[in-house]
Ligand binder design. Sequence first.
Ligand SMILES: [Zn+2]
Length: 317
Amino acid sequence: MALVSTKEILDKAMRSGYGVGAYNVNNMEQIQAIMLAAKDTQSPVIIQASRGALKYSSFIYLSYLMKAAIIDNPDIPIAMHLDHGNSLQSVIEAINLGFSSVMIDGSLLEDGKTPSTYDYNVKVTREVVDYAHKRNISVEAEIGTLGGVEDGVGSHSGKAKLTDPNEAKRFVCETGVDSLAISIGTSHGAYKFQGESKLAFDVLQDVRSLINIPIVLHGSSSVPKCLVDKVNQYGGKLSGATGVPMESIQKAIQFGVSKINVDTDGRLAMTASIRKFFAEHPEKFDPRDYLSVARADLAKLISYKMKDFKTAGHSND
Ligand SMILES: [Zn+2]
């Protein structure tokens, strides 16, 4: 079985200086696309489900689709990761479903919207670490607050609070987490920036010099203009959608980021494909016709990312 923890994947990535994408999934076609790309590029991979995605699939369906990916790809290291757990209870649910890794986002209260206090974050993260480590499950936590909202998760003010490097150091020490998501200016969703994106590389460098566990970037889709244009060309209405340019992500990887969360780009790729398909084939109505095109296009996008993040070729590390 190729199921591993994110700690196993990310510790290797951190030592060797490459990034690993964590791709959000909701259904079979997305999971198959990611696995096609991982096989094609020989990459270790993190497939992650948000609480919203688990709920959408009645919990059990998505977890078994992820397990099917593991059985189908015995040579690829795969982590099943819970994205933005909001309480010990949500983490326990994921672990019971067979997840090998969980995130507890104590930077927000349980509502997933209200920024919390440092002490709250430490308390809830420590509870999760105690529970998960006894079961060999790795834990990601977050310090600082990201801008933007995705899947109902995000500070309701929409305002970001950059990570304080010294607080990050203290937090890692006080909680024993395995990886840490930080806020350096990335943002959830498809509308990340007004104008150009600016990442706080100085904050990243300071955090990197103070902690010795893998660093995670959320909200790191690039929102490629070609995909936004394709959606709009075939009847979509996305105006002003912007992301983090790949060059910035690559620079962040060089400065010590190991896990890069990608959700929006996958959504855009599938939507663009399906819109184009229907525009060109209005007579078609078999879901397999348009979903297979969307799956193939998503696999291509993820393959590019695996090469750009330098994950490619590391499945046997
Ligand atoms: Zn996130």
